[in-house]
Design a protein around this ligand. Structure first.
Ligand code: AGP
Length: 605
């Protein structure tokens, strides 16, 4: 989950490398560094911590290179020190790496036995040492291929070689790497966002590819060494979506972007004029016996909400599993099942591996993704894009509700296709779904009520989130949001499970967030609320106007979301839990957009 960039430029690259790394910081931000061909050879500048620390180093000691590389790190091997910051060097080689070299220990032992001296704890340095050794007897491209043939694992690499001042080498095995085509300049980067300020013409490297770029263009090769052509695509760049505007954080902006993101997404899945669903991809839901959803983190929880919507409406079995567990338990799969990968980035290693596991067993595949140029989007049979624009905040918000929007539309379409609802009911449900963006906007306006409780919650040691039905996965999401940006321990629970253990946690210092619209589960949730209040629990009751009227007295605060049809309750009730996490994190002075230890796209297992 690091960000890498390389530029073969015709003018100074220092500022452009930094600009690109700023766009890549969401992928990891433990440390950063750049390197370039200076007048007396390759020069390197590195700093631990945030990118601004590297900028301070450069202010006093700038690079003058017109060809260079850069890296922002999420530590896998070795602490986030300046010594472990990329770029790494060995002899003639300077390189940056995203991923994990799985056989680095045996290679390191082999190289050390030959007398090579290592200066870092990282797996990355092994690649630099290996390539430097190969360069003693081979030309750059051959030496690079010989190096790649010896390493195992997941890697995206960009490499400079002393003396080869017009050349950058790149390779991809797992984590993404793209080639950017400029006017007389060439780029390598982790994704299209990284090269967005310089070009919108990109080619996506496939696993096993390696590439040489210079001022004349790119030469791409397959793992075998055979030259291959990767088509150049024009990708839409929306710089405006990359800016925070007048918000303090990307997360705050992205919470407020949700009505528009969901509106654009829903519009791609319904025929607004005809009033019926129009799910792209041509999946015959009537022919399916099961849907298997795989995902991680928030994407997994969106899938869990999908299960609660699709099964009762369409009478179609839906299994949802965290991708990191799925393939290792050797699930019993059948080809008449559709596997659906849910992933904002489309690059999450565990989800990608689970998807490929299913594809290898003959299952048709679909992906609900935000990055339409991503690996998942390019490998599945059917792409179900979300249209919420680039999500920069590490804590997923607008992508989550856009993913749920897609799954809601699929639930209605599948119900119609399987004869569970007639056209009139489909029209009614489509109309309900099209109301969601307006109601989400109303829900976001509840921020004052949420802000009022943030100070108290920010002092808690533990926070419980409870929900029933589709509110249960939303409770899990609320707990994930809070813990990942405020670092407060939080757990989501099925409200019915409270008495089977978690209620032991409840005392007068424990905030309990209960998600309970006035639906068929309300009475039971209200009972849970009384049970925790009887033990001093401080209840944050998130409901709707009817629920507010029927709620037991004594809640610490009641947040009243707009009334809505149960079909879109997960969409309408999401904003209060997102805002709660946000304001608690702000109250704690946490790094909201770049929480410690996290990265936006987890491209290693
Ligand atoms: C979400 O807030 C988290 N940052 C994280 O759980 C994320 O949802 C997960 O890593 C999956 O990412 P993806 O959607 O890009 O696959």
């Amino acid at each position: 989950m690091c960000g890498i960039i390389g530029i073969v430029g015709t003018s100074s690259v220092q500022d452009r490398l930094i600009e690109s790394l700023k766009r890549l910081e969401y992928r990891g931000y433990d440390s950063a560094g750049i390197a370039g061909f200076g007048p007396d050879g390759i020069e390197r500048r590195r700093a631990a911590g945030k990118l601004r620390n590297l900028e301070e180093v450069l202010a006093g000691d700038p690079l003058t290179a017109s060809v260079g590389i850069g890296h922002t790190r999420w530590a896998t091997h070795g602490p986030p020190t300046v010594g472990n910051a990329h770029p790494h060097q060995a002899g003639r080689v300077t390189l940056v790496h995203n991923g994990i070299i799985e056989n680095f220990a045996e290679l390191k032992a082999e190289l050390k036995a030959e007398g090579r001296v290592f200066s870092t704890d990282t797996d990355t340095e092994v690649v630099a040492q290996l390539l430097d050794r190969e360069l003693a007897s081979k030309a750059p491209l051959e030496a690079f291929k010989a190096t790649l043939d010896q390493v195992r694992g997941a890697f995206a690499l960009v490499v400079m070689i002393e003396g080869e001042t017009n050349l950058l080498l790149g390779a991809r095995e797992g984590p993404p790497l793209i080639v950017g085509y400029g006017d007389g300049e060439m780029f390598l980067g982790s994704d299209a966002l990284a090269v967005g300020p310089f070009t919108n013409r990109v080619a996506y490297l496939e696993d096993g590819d390696y590439v040489a770029i210079d001022h004349n263009g790119a030469r791409v090769f397959e793992k075998s060494g055979r030259p291959v052509d990767r088509p150049v695509q024009v990708v839409p760049q929306s710089p405006a979506l990359m800016e925070k505007g007048n918000y303090r954080h990307f997360m705050e902006k992205e919470i407020h972007d949700q009505p528009e993101g969901c509106q654009r997404t829903i519009a791609a899945y319904v025929d607004a004029l005809g009033g019926l669903t129009a799910v792209p991809g041509g999946v015959d839901f009537a022919a399916l016996n099961r849907i298997q959803i795989v995902g991680c983190g928030t994407a997994y929880l969106a899938g869990l909400i999908g299960k609660y919507l699709i099964e009762p409406l369409a009478d179609l079995p839906v299994d949802v599993e965290v991708a990191s567990e799925f393939r290792y338990r050797q699930p019993a799969l059948r080809p008449d099942c559709l596997v659906v990968a849910i992933s904002q980035s489309g690059e999450t290693a565990d989800t990608l591996a689970a998807l490929r596991y299913c594809q290898a067993r003959g299952m048709k595949s679909a992906a609900v993704v935000n990055a339409v140029g991503s690996t998942m989007a390019r490998e599945v049979d059917v792409v179900w894009p979300i249209h919420c624009g680039p999500e920069i905040g590490v804590a997923s918000t607008k992508a989550f509700t856009a993913q749920v929007s897609v799954l809601t539309a699929i639930a209605v379409a599948a119900a119609r296709a399987r004869g569970r609802i007639d056209e009139a009911e489909e029209r009614r449900l489509v109309a309900v779904l099209m109301e969601a963006p307006r109601l989400i906007a109303e829900s976001i306006n509840l921020e004052e009520a949420v802000k009022s409780i943030a100070l108290e919650v920010s002092r808690a040691r533990d926070v419980l989130f409870l929900g029933r039905g589709p509110m249960y996965p939303l409770a899990l999401e609320g707990a994930l949001k809070l813990k990942e940006i405020s670092y407060i321990h939080a757990e989501g629970y099925a409200a019915g499970e409270l008495k089977h253990g978690p209620i032991a946690l409840v005392d007068e210092h424990t905030p309990i967030v209960i998600l309970a619209p006035f639906d068929s589960y309300f009475e039971k949730s209200a009972s849970n609320m009384s049970e925790v209040m009887a033990r001093g629990g401080q209840v944050v009751f998130i409901t709707d106007p009817e629920g507010e009227r029927h709620a037991p007295a004594g809640a610490r605060v009641v947040v009243t979301a707009p009334r809505c049809d149960p079909l879109i309750a997960p969409l309408v009730m999401a904003a209060p839990i997102q805002l709660l996490a946000y304001y608690v994190a702000v109250q704690k002075g946490a790094d909201v957009d770049q929480p410690r230890n996290l990265a936006k796209s987890v491209t290693v297992e």
